[in-house]
Design a binder for this molecule. Structure first.
Ligand SMILES: [Zn+2]
Length: 115
């Protein structure tokens, strides 16, 4: 199981993040809805499992469709825009750098929580 996808998988019923779990040496995503939430079984099963292989098949199909002849131009344009620098991010980095330089000059500790 690729743990990088774990934070991305959300339950389609409750919206909570799903956890990774191995069942019979096969990777699954699981949403365990605790009894304390007071939700009936008809609304959300206590444990809901999705095979990772099913997710990957759908993900692969979707990714391949982004680069087919019907979507290639649109996908290229989106990727091109995404690779442009974000002016807000550059401003945040410049501010961060100025604060770092000032803290070094003043001899202040590096406690990022106070920034
Ligand atoms: Zn759920």
């Amino acid at each position: 199981m690729n743990t990088r996808r774990l934070g991305l998988m959300r339950c389609g019923i409750c919206g909570r993040r799903m956890q990774g779990q191995q069942n019979h040496s096969r990777p699954y995503y699981r949403c365990r809805f605790p009894d304390e939430y007071g939700v009936r079984e008809a609304q959300h099963p206590r444990n809901l499992y999705v095979k990772e292989s099913v997710v990957l098949r759908g993900l692969d199909r979707w990714l391949a469709s982004l680069f087919d002849k019907h979507h290639l131009d649109e996908t290229s344009e989106i990727l091109s825009r995404a690779s442009q620098p974000d002016p807000n991010e550059e401003a945040r980095r410049a501010t961060f750098t100025k604060k770092m330089v000032l803290r070094v000059e003043l001899g202040w500790p590096f406690d990022s929580r106070s920034w």
